[in-house]
Design a protein around this ligand. Structure first.
Ligand SMILES: *Cc1c(COP(=O)(O)O)cnc(C)c1O
Length: 383
């Protein structure tokens, strides 16, 4: 089976892990954690990085940093991985789901702007201006853009919208390490950005995440909240409800090694993407995700649409090519069926019905790439 997306572990990973084991620094204190945070922040061009046990934990902390409470709405795209929505729900807040753009599959900014214009009003709370949803009375606190598949939408326009309606931007950059928009790295557009280093992401620590920000106070608070909100180095005194979310040194050690070889990983992803695009362009009704002008994506996971998605999915998995459907849109999941969903044509539903992801590991060989293409072409030839 040619796997969908597996990590490439060919550098100093075992050396650094062994170093942790031999020195006994295996847990949440240790130099690899700090080093990994610094490497990620520096790579993305952010001032601070705070490592967490996974991206979901990072997104949860980001909500708290942004002041999201159970009285708030947080805006999210209707097509994303469940973790985005879970992070919102952990705070008790309620999502407002926005349909996606048919071309780039990111949050549709026209729909976002229409919603804010027509269904919210700006009011003052404790001397600060906020937008409130007119139907629920809840404050709309933040927008969570998700850089789906490592692609990035028009962040310039999103920033303008966020400013006009007094919203924070919390970027779910889980899939977007290495992606830029107008030469600015994913995760650095808003107040806070979060990356994931889960097993299937562009680099992996097994499980892990990093919160990035330019705001020193937010970084300090993120560190505080992820380490049980302990105020004294000696005494067990805590000043708020904290979380045990810190990344451990053994996993950060893997991350440091993964970052050392990241430039090659990124190169491999881009050539994989270019190969698939050149070979599958014009095959049956296959259409690719559109990359907006100004975006340089990391090409994390190759995904395309075809009206024969279900049959193709079945065929590929039976013929040694591991493939997956896209995420079921959030508005179709039981937990979010009652929530506000802003849409005109329910583009999410058709993107979901037609999208398929194919093998995209950084370590995929030329031979494997050619096999994948051959099997896909074989499917259409067999119809
Ligand atoms: C992977 C992912 C997450 C969650 O990251 P974990 O590290 O698995 O917790 C969040 N959002 C998106 C869009 C993801 O793809």
């Amino acid at each position: 089976m040619i796997p969908l997306s597996i990590p490439k572990i060919e550098g100093n990973e075992s050396k650094y892990v062994l170093d942790c084991l031999k020195t006994g620094w295996i847990s949440s204190a240790g130099s690899y954690v700090n080093q990994f945070e610094e490497m990620i922040a520096k790579y993305a061009g952010a001032k601070y990085g705070v490592a967490c046990m996974n991206g979901t934990a990072g997104l949860h902390i980001a909500q708290i940093l942004s002041g999201v409470t159970e009285n708030d709405h947080v805006i999210a795209p209707n097509i994303t991985f469940i973790a985005t929505l879970n992070a919102i729900k952990y705070t008790g807040a309620t999502p407002v789901l926005i349909d996606v753009d048919a071309d780039d599959w990111q949050m549709d900014l026209d729909l976002l702007e229409n919603y804010l214009q027509q269904q919210t009003e700006i009011k003052t709370l404790n001397g600060q201006s906020f937008s409130f949803d007119k139907s629920t009375g809840k404050r709309v606190r933040a927008i969570m853009p998700v850089h789906v598949l490592g692609n990035i939408g028009n962040m310039g326009r999103m920033l303008e919208i966020a400013k006009k309606y007094h919203l924070d931007i919390i970027e779910d950059g889980a899939e977007a390490l290495g992606s830029t928009y107008e030469n600015k790295h994913a995760g650095t557009f808003g107040k806070i950005g979060v990356f994931s280093f889960n097993g299937n992401k562009i680099i992996s620590t097994g499980g892990g995440g990093v919160i990035i920000t330019d705001d020193e106070d937010l970084a300090k608070r993120a560190r505080h909240l992820t380490t049980q909100a302990k105020v004294s180095a000696m005494d067990y005194i805590h000043d708020e409800i904290g979380y045990n979310y810190r990344l451990v040194n053994v996993l950060a050690a893997i991350g440091v090694a993964q970052m050392e070889s990241f430039p090659e990983t990124l190169k491999a992803k881009k050539s994989m993407d270019a190969f698939y695009r050149s070979q599958l362009d014009g095959v049956a009704d296959i259409k690719f995700q559109k990359i907006p002008k100004g975006t340089d994506p990391n090409c994390w996971l190759f995904t395309f649409t075809t009206s024969r998605m279900r049959e193709l999915l079945d065929y590929l998995n039976k013929n040694g090519v591991q493939s997956r459907p896209f995420w079921m849109p959030m508005n179709q999941l039981d937990m979010f069926k009652e929530d506000i969903y802003i849409t005109e044509k329910d583009v999410s539903a058709s993107v979901y019905q037609n999208s398929i992801s194919i093998p995209s590991s950084a370590g995929i060989t030329q031979e494997q790439l050619e096999t994948v293409v051959k099997v896909i072409k074989g499917f259409y030839a067999s119809l």
